[in-house]
Design a protein around this ligand. Structure first.
Ligand code: G3I
Length: 330
């Protein structure tokens, strides 16, 4: 008698999963039973939606939105402005030179208008700006064509355009290594400056690509509290807990050892125990996949190495991790 994960957390936060066109078929059962929100893993990114200027390709994204509707799931939009998976034409001028600021911002605006407008009233939230903070400690913003051409207020403009396109959508800044104290403080500096300018930013998306041994719970906790102190809601937007330690680069495993599964279960237990304490600020916890038969971690950070980062196994059966995050008393 397996409880539904989403139902178990009904009074706490939504439980989401990232999906693609394959997994909405192959994982339909586990998705519809245990998750109440979905995010498109790739199909709402710039290169997928507007591969050439003015030519929009919404088929895949529409199928994912329809899947959410059919199963009464919420839909999170991901992602509007990113340095990755954005076609080259966006940054090119009409004369073979790089685009200038005005052209780049007008392209950003028409993309956001069109995409947010299409899913208005369906995507309740958007990751508007993704990963613009630099990891290295002495640099604030990541160098990218967006920043290099348009200057730092491309970030504020993206949020303003998204808000105009759907005033009801909850707008997120989304980033990884979000619990690292140095990066966290740089993210907070960005979010604070946006809030001071009355930019419509409503939430912090902590991606949550975590390992067996890091980040520490105290760091995750400090990050949640830091972001929430700005008056933002917080979501874990791309959760996975690798069965490897960060330093572990082994490639020979065909299944996780019992020890790894137990360590992962303890880690999931501790993480969810803590997340439940923050039910007032955390509105959703989205896994970056649904079950261990498919994860982007199968190729990262070690190419071709299988990983098992979720709470359902390759056959979609609950793992020890699932038991631990569902077996508790309020
Ligand atoms: O679709 C092509 C396929 O036609 C081709 O044969 C194949 C060969 O490599 O590549 C396929 O595209 C891949 C795509 O995923 C679909 O599987 C890309 O190479 C690959 O780079 C891409 O990776 C995605 C990655 O974002 C790109 O940065 C992952 O699936 C996706 O999970 C990942 O998601 C990101 C979030 O959006 C932002 N936060 C980090 C997170 C993990 O990296």
């Amino acid at each position: 008698n397996v409880p539904s994960l989403g139902a178990r957390y009904r009074d706490y936060f939504d439980i989401g999963a990232a999906v693609n066109l394959k997994t909405i078929e192959s994982q339909q059962g586990v998705l519809s039973r245990h998750y109440n929100s979905i995010t498109a893993e790739n199909d709402m990114k710039f290169e997928r939606l507007q591969p050439e200027e003015g030519r929009y390709t919404f088929e895949a994204a529409d199928r994912i939105a329809a899947f959410a509707d059919e199963h009464s799931m919420k839909l999170r939009g991901h992602t509007l402005v990113w340095h990755n998976q954005t076609p080259q034409w966006v940054f090119e001028g009409r004369d073979g030179q790089p685009a200038d600021r005005e052209l780049l911002l007008s392209r950003m605006k028409s993309h956001i208008d069109t995409v947010v407008g299409r899913y208005k009233g369906r995507a309740y939230a958007w990751d508007v700006v993704n990963e613009v903070i630099e990891d290295k400690s002495d640099i604030w913003l990541r160098s990218s064509p967006w920043l290099d051409i348009a200057g730092e207020d491309f970030i504020a403009e993206a949020f303003r355009y998204a808000h105009e396109a759907d005033p009801a959508a909850i707008l997120f800044y989304n980033d990884y290594n979000e619990s690292d104290p140095v990066k966290r403080d740089k993210i907070i500096r960005l979010l604070r400056s946006l809030k001071e300018k009355d930019v419509p930013v409503h939430g912090m998306g902590m991606q949550g690509h975590w390992n067996l041994n890091g980040p520490g719970l105290d760091e995750i906790r400090a990050a949640i509290e830091g972001y929430a102190s700005l008056g933002l809601q917080v979501q874990i937007t791309e959760l996975d807990i690798s069965v490897f330690d960060f330093e572990d680069r082994r490639t020979d495993l065909v299944r996780p050892t019992a020890e790894m599964e137990e360590k992962q279960a303890e880690r999931y237990d501790a993480v969810f125990r803590m997340l439940r304490e923050y039910r007032d600020v955390i509105t959703a916890v989205t896994f970056w996949g649904a079950a261990d038969d498919y994860t982007w971690l199968d190729d990262f950070p070690v190419r071709g190495r299988k990983n098992w980062p979720f709470v359902f196994d390759e056959k979609h059966e609950p793992k020890p991790s699932f038991q631990r995050i569902t077996d508790w008393q309020a």
